[in-house]
Design a protein around this ligand. Structure first.
Ligand code: NAD
Ligand code: WQD
Length: 360
């Protein structure tokens, strides 16, 4: 049986991707320390899959632990080997991801994100697993951009979180024997199969409303905040700036449905395992921009709920526009986003109103 190790599997993107990979016939080792997630997400992934309860037990091994724990990682690879199985690839979602927090807890971000990835890569090398799909971020491009971003654009992150992602990309390129993180596709002379997927703004939820985004702390991102206003946990949204150089003066982002992101991971794996060793660095975005004011209007049209807002000052570190050029994703992994912004609004709301307390 073909096995995969998924780190950060219970998180927002990990849970949706685990579902796609389970339905694609893989056996999964699901590793999470649940620092920002709940084991209930993984129970629901099993239930949502097209497998019987018995098959779910056979195909999902949940491990509660930390990616920095090398002996735990060894045990996972060894337990596959003991069954005569092999982990053919790793999907690496585990990490800390809050931009603001990364300034206050920079050491934790370097330790968790970079330190954790080093432990993981060492274990992979020891057990001859040389394939990894890594969760990178559009944050690596920095803020000096007002056009659709392409993989060859300069890398200039402006916060510790983004710096950890850019550093991991560089480390992966180095391990693969490649020279640049500004090329979408390079051959790996060292026999590694690696995809760094730069997500833009993942949002939405599985259409069942059973799994979705479950921030443990007070959310900072627009989608969870809009949903909290819709569910009357919060009174209004503060729009950060009304004088950006955009048609309506508010920030434009490339929101991409989390199920599209999940399918992008499978597309990346399919490409990696069917090609010669290579390093891929790919934007996962829809290529469509939506401003904050547009989003509030679309939410009202799709869900029927008004989102009260007021304008506040610009947020530090924000940019006017963050938009993907998704051309290389189509070319190299044959992926493009299929779901539109209305579906993102509908599915994120569906999740929120079915689970007002998240997984609690
Ligand atoms: P998330 O916080 O929901 O998921 C991350 C998961 O990793 C959580 O379940 C958490 O408990 C786990 N985790 C954290 N540190 C761990 C450790 N040391 N050992 C084991 N488990 C650990 O985040 P997400 O939104 O699903 O993001 C997944 C990945 O994608 C992250 O690496 C994030 O940086 C990246 N990313 C996210 C976004 C976004 O907007 N959601 C955008 C770009 C990139
Ligand atoms: C979207 C737009 C805000 C909140 C973040 C990370 C990025 C990546 C994805 C991980 C912007 C505006 C927001 C609010 C507002 N994550 N806004 N009022 O900043 O594009 O990206 O998530 O890799 O690294 O930075 O997303 O949802 O915070 O903001 O007006 O209360 O909404 O100014 O224009 P962002 P966001």
């Amino acid at each position: 049986m073909r096995c995969l190790l998924i780190t950060g599997a219970a998180g927002f993107i990990g849970s949706h991707t685990s579902l796609v990979l389970l339905n694609a016939g893989y056996k999964l080792f699901l590793l999470d320390n649940f620092s920002n997630s709940s084991p209930i997400a993984l129970e629901r992934v099993g239930r949502l899959s097209n497998l019987s309860n018995e098959k779910v037990k056979e195909r999902m091994t949940i491990v509660n632990g930390d990616i920095r724990d090398f002996s735990l990682l060894e045990n996972i690879f060894l337990s596959a080997e003991k069954n005569g199985e092999k982990i053919i690839s790793v999907f690496h979602f585990a990490g800390l991801k809050a931009v603001g927090e990364s300034f206050e807890k920079a050491f934790d971000y370097w330790d968790n994100n970079v330190g954790g990835t080093i432990a993981l890569l060492k274990a992979m090398e020891k057990y001859s697993c040389r394939s990894i799909v890594f969760s990178s971020s559009a944050t690596v491009y920095g803020t000096k951009n007002n056009k659709a971003l392409i993989e060859t654009d300069p890398i200039s992150p402006i916060n510790p979180y983004g710096l950890t992602k850019a550093t991991i990309e560089k480390m992966l390129a180095n391990i693969a024997g490649c020279h640049s993180t500004r090329v979408a596709k390079q051959t790996s002379p060292r026999g590694w199969r690696i995809a760094c997927l730069r997500y833009f703004n993942p949002a939405g939820a599985h259409p069942s409303g059973e799994i979705g985004e479950n921030p443990k702390d007070i959310p900072n991102n627009l989608f969870p905040l809009i949903n909290q206003v819709a569910i009357e946990k919060k009174e209004s949204i503060t729009i950060f700036g009304q004088d950006w150089p955009t048609p309506d003066g508010t920030g434009i982002r490339d929101y991409v449905h989390v199920m599209d992101i999940a399918e992008g991971h499978k597309a990346a794996l399919d490409t990696l395992i069917s090609s010669n060793p290579q390093l891929l660095i790919i934007n996962l975005g829809s290529g469509e921009g939506t401003s904050v004011l547009d989003l509030i209007k679309i939410f009202k049209l799709s869900i029927g709920i008004d989102i009260p807002y007021r304008f506040g000052p610009r947020r530090n570190g924000d940019t006017a526009i963050s938009l993907a050029n998704p051309g290389e994703a189509l070319k190299f992994i044959k992926w493009k986003a299929k779901r539109n912004i209305e579906e993102i609004c509908r599915d994120s709301w569906n999740w929120q109103h079915q689970n007002p307390m998240g997984y609690k």
